[in-house]
Design a protein around this ligand. Sequence first.
Ligand SMILES: *Cc1c(COP(=O)(O)O)cnc(C)c1O
Length: 390
Amino acid sequence: MNAPAPSHALMNIAARPDAVMVRGEGSWLEDAAGRRYLDFVQGWAVNGLGHAHPAITRALATQAATLVNPGPAYFNAPALEFAARLAQLSGLDRVFPCNTGAEANEGAIKLARKWGQLHRKGAFEIITFHDGFHGRTLATMSASGKPGWDTLFAPQVAGFPKATLNDLASVEALIGPDTVAVMLEPIQGEAGVRPATLEFLRALRALCDREGLLLILDEVQTGIGRTGTLFRYEAAGIRPDILTLAKGIGGGVPLAALLATEAASCFVPGDQGGTYCGNPLMAAVGNAVLEIVAQPDFLASVRQRGAKLAEGLRALAARHRLGEVRGAGLLLALELGPDRDAPTLVACAREAGLLLNAPRPHCLRLMPALTVCDAEIDQMLTMLDALLAD
Ligand SMILES: *Cc1c(COP(=O)(O)O)cnc(C)c1O
């Protein structure tokens, strides 16, 4: 028997509801039937400025009418500005603009392997972490520690031994002559917003310095203001050798970046590239996003809204006897406890006009626009309260 023909020609890569989204504004999405949704997912923490922010619309329209893509063989002004801004804001020296988080992480892996060839006798192993998530290319899936991904699309790319988050001894035990780097998310997002402690991040920095290893931070989800500082590593008072950014840096468009210190930046022409890497259309959006998000007042407002959201979630947890609230800034998780099924709650919330995400069976993740207002946070908490009471 053939399965019933789907009503569309898209490959079946996600379980999606029937709604077709047609427009968005700020914290709100609207579907083709005219239903409005309060969006606390924002394309998986992508739309830091919410939907249809005028600064992004303006950057796209102006740059589209000027120059879309001369190709990576030539300089263009928005890409030069993008690199200069990111270098200045991060304290790292060199920037490779690209399109997706997975692509930035592939670049980080290649850069570390090249550096190992030059400086560590061909060492190539990168210690990564159980439950980590670094993307969906073969190498980044291999670097990820998602259960089941070791056999899906086997064989894996070799060279990614797995340590346990917040367990320094588990990292030390994996260091050998082939080790070149340690790579992690400062807060594991897909794993259910599991933070590396700030002490652990500092200890990893010290360990890498002592052993002559590169520290690679994947800030695809945590970067660009999401946790209340521009980069999460600022909270630990450390700096990585290699940094990857995506999601929030583009405010919704495909834009990512690989950053490195001068000492780690060892690509030569031919090692790395991509037809769309550094195209001025996306770089112009990145500049517009950074212009807003890097303002100290803006970051202070993220911390204030994050504190309000966390406080509201803790009150709900107490009232409905749920589990812990975790995370930083506007990247938060709420543990529901073993009796409540998160995907079911997400489906009921959508019916009620609220978009939430369930990264784990009993865990909700909240990642609203960084521009979410107090009234929208209150409205979300009221809706969630009613859903939990049912
Ligand atoms: C989303 C994500 C990625 C992958 O980014 P894409 O743009 O989807 O390729 C990598 N690392 C982390 C931490 C992420 O959250």
